[in-house]
Design a protein around this ligand. Sequence first.
Ligand SMILES: [Fe+2]
Length: 479
Amino acid sequence: MLVQVQLLLLSSVLFSCISNGNAGVTSGFVRNEWPSIDIPLDNEVFAVPKGHNAPQQVHITQGDYDGKAVIISWVTVDEPGSNRVRYGLSEGKYDLTADGTVQNYTFYNYKSGYIHQCLVDGLKYSTKYYYEIGDGDSSRKFWFQTPPEIDPDASYKFGIIGDLGQTYNSLSTLEHCLQTGAQAILFVGDLSYADRYKYHDVGVRWDSWGRFVERSTAYQPWIWSAGNHEIEYFPYMGEVIPFRNYLHRYPTPYLASESTSPLWYAVRRANAHIIVLSSYSSFVKYTPQWEWLEKELKKVDREKTPWLIVLMHSPMYNSNDAHFMEGESMRVVFESWFCQYKVDLVFAGHVHAYERSYRISNIRYNVSSGASYPVPDKSAPVYITVGDGGNQEGLALRFRDPQPDYSAFREASYGHSTLEIKNRTHAIYHWNRNDEGKRVPTDSFVLHNQYWGNSHRRRNLKKNNLHSVVTSVPLSQRS
Ligand SMILES: [Fe+2]
């Protein structure tokens, strides 16, 4: 373990300082032009699986609060077919079954395939399951690995992807993330960009995206959050109910966290408590999302899940011209809670570039008095924007100049992040740039847990596996 950690640290191209008071870095890396166009539908990345009514667009997500269940979803196009998932502990031996539901819907003149959703629960922790869906010769086989039991010293590796779309750059991001061995994906909104199409093609591009990401989503659970491209408010074709395509296709385990909407919810996985928020649903005081978050934050038990992570789409701190200040209204409502509850990380997308903040907050202002600018705050989360998955809208190339004090590192190119939680006190974070088809770890640091890493609890820990490694990292490179 120690050797692995040391190698990871040494292999990082750039260790960025995330302590306060240092000048931020605007990366000089310039990405070569590469057309940001959607991959044509006849490309093999969208291939329809062979066989009558073969399941396609297979994806899994966590199905309960604590990681002992998955929701498996798939689409059949010819007829409803079987709702059954057959599964077991070895390949080809599917001695357990679970039955789900099937539904379809129309969107203007598009008629969806038959969307199957099946909750598979009562699973064992840290176990690889093999599963089979579909009928007869058209059946298809996949696997997934359950997370470790909820334990403060569990280790777990998350990939973080945002604003993915279905271009050649999206494909690089997906393939690079698969190379990292990330065990689950935290997705920060804007999935298919199907809303860039019109009429029937909107549904067609939701389907192609489902087939495109299946190489990961059928095996690694993706924790979904919704972005503005999921809203799909289209009065010109009479489609005015927000999130219709998204909600029909991407279920979330929102009931398990006593949420009343699939758009905001929480799950616990290994030693992380993950809160998903909706930037495009009401969140001001007394709204359902606000009421739910107030309760959920009180439920967080850092003795069991030391890592508190929030996902949203529109970033609260962003120094790119693109979408500048769009996250401000949510910042005003929720930022004080994030500091009060010592959130470790807030991941967002939306801006098609990468940016990381220092630990700062801007919560002193009130309308009758007080300054209003971000100041160093040890209780504040690190805000990370990773909306650079590679969709057809291209990159957000213009950062504001000069770089604001709150901005630690920023670069306008494509990529994704990984968060490798080692134990209750430490995690290793990377942002990985897509560099001409290569994955290049670029912004990397060791993260100290906000609950265990910065208090007497850390000093009192009898044993800390990472202690000798982390103390060998210069002070300026620690969180
Ligand atoms: Fe967006």
